[in-house]
Design a protein around this ligand. Structure first.
Ligand SMILES: [Zn+2]
Length: 503
């Protein structure tokens, strides 16, 4: 092959660069961990290279292959937009059939071919500019430092501490089960007519103290966790410059745990804002994470899934919940005498309700799942929503009790906390209540099993002093109490307020 011929067949890289820039831009905008974007970046790179390579085979022309590749990508990325798809199809056909025209009409078409190398050069420069622009945006948003810290702190290769032996000095294993959005029992009865007393009785039978009038201090998962792990009052947790997930992961509580010789283990909820990726052991069960869903939703995958595999979304959500429970079960069974803090975040009973009471799948077609209670009520009507909620609660109750039994069987001295980060997000039916339905939304689940130690929680506890009290009671060291303020974030700072609880 001559040098010129080899140059002609050199692969065109700008389609891959554009795809990678697309994913990187989303990473910078959302501020999730770079590790959450690892798989999409690899896929973008491979797809960009593969598409051009295939097109080069078909056309025997690198410039044409690049153009075909980039047009194909536009079609996939804009699959939801009919005009873009039609325009891309037109352009695709024109470029694809041009070699045939050239063969027929000779010199005039040969001239037309001259613009192809220029197009390649321009698009290559354009793709480099795109990558640089994403880099500038990363600097402007202050992401560079955070991402660099993430790459080190969350590296799969980083050294991990070994849990210190508990000995006889206290420092028990601590097993936290976060059931996202689990409503308080009295609200389940008054708002939805659901009797959940069996679960509460089961917990009490296992030496749990259950706060019948507990409250979350926040109505958003990331605010609840940022507050808990930093021992702060609700009003102190304000919008920070850095991503909330960093506040959560670098919380003072984890520094205290490490100081006390604990090893931290976290089971991923797939929601990246609240994922404890900096835990000593971060267990990701492998399904698409929140970032990957967002990328997939922006591509033709959502359209394809709706047409061909309508249960893809619900199946993945179910698998995430089941695998989290399985991973937790394995952690429970292998609990040793060392000091471990295990945090299992189950994204249920939060909407969407995907399990029936017996664990069978609920019918829920569509790639875009209703991730909010109002969304689910709008889709199914209130009565069906309640039926689904009741089923999923029953399923979760059974699995939670089973998990608790495994923990206690492995280590009877373990502290076990079963709680929710906030209550139901459904519109309250109580008269006079308006969005964001603070009374219902902050009525959460809080149950604590604390062998040998009383007074960790009382009937009206919030989450604010749970961790400080556990540390002080068991380890004789820990931060002082913070005010148990309840702050209701209502999407905008001006609409948000401190909530005065009625009970
Ligand atoms: Zn939540």
């Amino acid at each position: 092959m001559s040098l010129a011929a080899r140059a002609r067949m050199r692969p065109v890289l700008y389609p891959a660069a554009i795809l990678v820039a697309f994913v990187l831009n989303l990473l910078v905008e959302t501020g999730v961990s770079p590790y959450a974007a690892g798989r999409p970046l690899i896929v973008a790179l491979l797809v960009g290279i593969l598409v051009v390579w295939l097109a080069a085979f078909a056309t025997a022309d690198r410039d044409r292959a690049g153009l075909l590749g980039v047009i194909l990508m536009v079609m996939v990325l804009a699959a939801g937009n009919r005009t873009s798809v039609v325009l891309s199809l037109l352009a695709f056909s024109l470029i694809a059939v041009q070699p045939l025209l050239r063969r027929r009409s000779g010199p005039s078409a040969a001239r037309a071919r001259d613009w192809l190398p220029i197009a390649t050069r321009l698009l290559t420069i354009g793709s480099v500019i795109l990558l640089v622009a994403v880099g500038i945006k990363a600097v402007q948003l202050g992401r560079v430092e955070t991402f660099a810290q993430d790459l080190v702190a969350e590296s799969p290769l980083r050294p991990r501490p070994v849990a210190a032996s508990a000995g006889s000095t206290g420092a028990p294993n601590m097993f936290f089960i976060l059931l996202d959005g689990y409503p308080r029992a009295d609200k389940l009865r008054s708002e939805f007519g659901i009797d959940n007393s069996g679960f509460i009785t089961d917990l009490r039978a296992r030496d749990f103290v259950v706060a019948e009038h507990s409250r979350s201090n926040q109505v958003k998962t990331e605010l609840t966790l940022a507050q808990m792990f930093n021992y702060r009052s609700a009003t102190e947790i304000t919008r920070a410059n850095r991503p909330r997930r960093v506040d959560i992961n670098d919380g003072a509580f984890f520094a205290d745990l490490h100081r006390l010789g604990y090893r931290t283990v976290a089971v991923s909820p797939a929601f990246e804002t609240v994922a404890l990726r900096r835990a000593d052991v971060f267990l990701d069960t492998g399904q698409l994470n929140e970032f990957e869903w967002a990328v997939a939703g922006m591509t033709g995958l959502s359209v394809f899934a709706d047409a061909v595999v309508p249960d893809l979304g619900a199946d993945a959500h179910r698998a995430r919940i089941l695998d989290a429970l399985e991973a937790a079960e394995r952690q429970a069974q292998s609990l040793g005498a060392g000091r471990e803090f295990i945090f299992v975040h189950v994204v249920a009973p939060h909407a969407p309700q995907v399990f029936a009471a017996d664990g069978h799948p609920n019918d829920l077609p569509g790639f875009n799942l209703p991730y909010s209670d109002p969304g689910e009520i709008a889709r199914f009507g209130f009565e069906e929503y309640v039926r689904r909620l009741q089923g999923q609660l029953q399923f979760l109750n059974d699995r939670t009790i089973r998990l608790v039994d495994s923990v206690v069987a492995a280590d009877p001295r373990a502290v076990v906390v079963v709680f929710s980060d906030h209550g139901s997000g459904a519109p309250s039916r109580e008269s006079g209540e308006i969005y964001p339905y603070a009374d219902l939304h902050t009525a959460n689940l809080l149950a604590v099993r604390s062998p040998g130690k009383a007074g960790i929680i009382d009937d009206r506890s919030t989450l604010a002093n749970l961790l400080p009290r556990l540390l002080r009671k068991y380890m004789d060291t820990g931060p002082s109490e913070v005010p148990e303020t309840i702050y209701v974030w209502a999407d905008k700072p001006n609409d948000s307020f401190v909530f005065l609880r009625p009970d």
